[in-house]
Design a protein around this ligand. Sequence first.
Ligand code: P6P
Length: 315
Amino acid sequence: MPDTLNNIAKQGENGATMMPIIQGVGRAAIEIAAVLRGAVFRGALGEAGGENVQGEQQQMLDVLSDEIFLEEMRSTGFICAVGSEEQEELLVIEEYTHADYLVLVDPLDGSSNLDVDGPVGTIFSVVKRKSANSERPHVSDTLQSGRHVVAAGYVLYGPSTMLVCSVGSGVNGYTFNPAVARFEMSHADMRIPATGGYYSVNESNKDKWQDNMGDNLRRLKAETGLGMRYVGAMVADMHRTILKGGVFFYPADNKNTTGKLRLLYEAIPMGFIMEQAGGKSMSKDIAVLDIVPEALHQRVPVYLGSEANVDSLLG
Ligand code: P6P
């Protein structure tokens, strides 16, 4: 009998509490994957006509994925509020304002890949509220450093649908098995290789990078001979980096002066997973997980991967 998401209950001190929440993520993932596969026939590809809080064009599937994810978090009964890339304000779950946990989510990361049938993902992290259960959840409940993350992970919608997660006791990958309609453990105890792999960055920005990153990348390439791979969806680029080694990074540049990727629902969950997989997660001169967030949609530079490669880039 293969291990399923039920296996999470046996992982560390938080597994039993986090299992129903991650099972909710799994249900949302199955539904989102089904929607993605049929989107072209429903005219669901393309822009929704609005912008998200980031000023980015919302894809129709961004909006739908956000709704699906919120509904599954509500159905767990353990989540009092959700902070989402697609919602400017914290979304309080009115039936469960007394619940202990909040979820931060990028419901459909890399959605610009959708109309070219490229990989996309969902990124999530779970934190315990700071406010009393009798109070109404507040955005300040989300503004906790990554050292307080209880669980985090991502879903990769690729040739297969994978859910990779950690509750603080290492990283495990589960692949959706359509024959039995459930996620089954396929990648136990994922660990990033110390050497090898690829560097992964949008190199077209290099003339705009801050912090001398162009010279540092030239040095990394000369020292390691790493090849380059870049999908343009953080989940896909990070998943390959964890499996093959190397480094994924998005420096600050003249356009994104504090970085492009969002701290609460991209950098922190991915940084948590990377550290749990034995890698390093930096935001220039501070560990991603040590940053104390100041705003729900705050952006940061990120350098995530094999320790030697991250150290080489940051010089
Ligand atoms: P660029 C997708 O929009 C995203 O937030 C991440 O998934 C991805 O790593 C990055 O932005 C891609 O940004 O500027 O290279 O298109």
